[in-house]
Ligand binder design. Structure first.
Ligand code: 5GP
Length: 176
């Protein structure tokens, strides 16, 4: 069993998600955006965020997997499940758990841009900014976090810990 150090308590996540919801509701006033959740990591964030956005919107899902080890992004992304919605002319807001190197978001962004959305932005709960290797725009950020491997609130380590109601860092984590 790994040791987990509390990084962001559930109460802080709750408050921040409410703020993000308010900000997004203001920015998208009069529009009917579609929230695109990147599975699996963002499922809890999406569930809370959708209830904090007080305007008509839709949700859809995309599932990707990153080749490579569970703690290092290779930047090579495989599309496991595509959207069920045509996003041409739509205002698309991608909902992500974490932007780390930025490679996954760059891949998804380029992929979605080929479908000619009216606008395309991202809201990420966590931003591991110091690890960024590609310059890709990130529009809404819940928390900027240090370079630690985090779990909880949807994020996993080998499919475990997604159910934790807080964000924690794996202690003594040996990189694989
Ligand atoms: P990027 O391509 O930006 O390096 O990585 C994005 C993806 O890597 C995230 O969607 C997530 O699946 C995974 N990832 C990056 N950092 C972490 C982390 O600290 N914890 C977990 N559980 N996943 C991470």
């Amino acid at each position: 069993m790994e040791k987990i150090q509390l990084l962001i308590p559930g109460s802080k996540i709750k408050a921040r998600v409410r703020e993000l919801g308010r900000e997004i509701s203001l920015d998208y006033q009069g529009l009917n955006p579609i929230l695109v959740s990147i599975l699996k990591g963002s499922f809890l964030f999406l569930a809370d965020l959708t209830r904090a956005i007080h305007l008509p919107h839709q949700i859809d899902f995309i599932s990707v997997s990153s080749y490579g080890s569970s703690t290092h992004s290779s930047g090579v992304v495989r599309l496991l499940q595509d959207l069920g919605t045509n996003i041409e002319g739509r205002d698309v807001l991608v909902v992500e758990d974490i932007v780390d190197t930025g490679l996954t978001w760059r891949y998804i962004r380029n992929n979605l841009l080929t479908r000619n959305p009216s606008s395309l932005r991202i809201v990420t709960l966590l931003d591991k900014r110091e690890r960024r290797v590609v310059d890709v725009p990130v529009d809404y950020v819940g928390f900027v976090i240090p370079d630690r491997f985090v779990v909880g609130y949807g994020l996993d380590y080998q499919e475990r810990y997604r159910n934790l109601p807080y964000i924690g860092a794996l202690e003594d984590k040996r990189e694989i």
